[in-house]
Design a protein around this ligand. Structure first.
Ligand SMILES: Nc1ncnc2c1ncn2[C@@H]1O[C@H](COP(=O)(O)OP(=O)(O)OP(=O)(O)O)[C@@H](O)[C@H]1O
Length: 253
């Protein structure tokens, strides 16, 4: 469903070149739920932007649902949903429901299918109490649920999440985690999740990829990840060891 083959992306900053992503290769199969971890500045958002076609790779090849994202952005938009937790894709001054209606037009979702999908998302994400509220008046937790619904209204095969639980309280976080878990299990939606909240990884991801300085530093199961540190280590300790280079990265490959 997602394929990266020796992908690199660099940026020119004044006279320097920043290599945000280097020689990155991985495959995510349909139905997987994969955590994409890495310290600040590791290259996670750059990868995600290449998956959605916002950025073109400098080298290598990216495919999502068999499409080259940067060249087939419109076609790909029908197959992929994206949530950037730090930024909303909703219309700030419009009631949530009107944002959804605009998305229906943009994605040309058939009216009946849209109504059914919206009813389902309203129930599972508990949106009923604020569908008529302007987005600017929503709490962060409500806004995030609105953004998730917006990304899923066209029933995409792949969902890419960039910090979807950032700033949320423990109850809101758990609500979103339960929702994502069900989405993956029941609808088979492929999910790539970037987060700094290791609780998200523990609760949701069987497979974890870790990127560091633009390179893949670990790729394995959550169990493999935990096995890189002494027994009884917490996931925070395990990940800290990997971020600071104090562990063998034997799961990679
Ligand atoms: N548009 C840009 N121009 C120049 N440099 C950039 C640009 N976008 C990203 N970078 C650089 O590329 C590197 C990777 O950034 P990226 O945003 O992908 O990291 P990240 O893993 O998402 O970090 P964070 O966890 O802090 O969000 C950083 O050094 C960043 O400064």
């Amino acid at each position: 469903m997602i394929e990266l083959d020796q992908v690199g992306r660099s940026f020119k900053v004044k006279r320097n070149v920043v290599h945000a992503v280097r020689d990155l290769s991985f495959t995510v199969s349909a139905g997987e739920f994969v955590g994409y971890l890495g310290p600040n500045g590791a290259g996670k958002s750059t990868t995600i932007k290449m998956l959605c076609g916002i950025l073109t790779p400098t080298t290598g090849r990216v495919r999502v649902a068999g499409l080259e994202p940067a060249r087939r952005r419109t076609t790909l938009a029908r197959r992929i949903g994206v949530v950037f937790g730090q930024r909303t894709t909703l219309w700030w001054d419009l009631p949530l429901k009107d944002s959804f209606e605009l998305i229906r037009h943009l994605y040309r979702v058939e009216r009946g299918a849209f109504a059914a999908r919206l009813a389902e998302l309203t129930e599972t994400l508990d949106l009923g109490g604020f569908l008529r509220t302007p987005v600017r008046q929503l709490s962060l937790g409500q806004r995030m649920r609105g953004d998730l619904a917006a990304a899923l209204l066209h029933a995409p095969d792949v969902l890419v999440l960039d910090e979807p639980t950032i700033g949320l309280d423990v109850v809101s976080k758990n609500g979103i985690r339960d929702f994502l878990k069900r989405l993956n299990a029941e609808r088979g939606t492929t999910v790539l999740l970037t987060t700094h909240d290791l609780g998200d990884i523990e609760r949701l991801c069987r497979r974890v990829m870790l990127i560091d300085h633009g390179r893949l530093a670990f790729d394995g199961t959550l169990g493999d990840l935990m096995a890189t540190a002494p027994e009884e280590s917490s996931i925070e300790e395990v990940v800290t060891r990997l971020y600071t280079g104090g562990a063998s990265r034997s799961g990679t490959g």
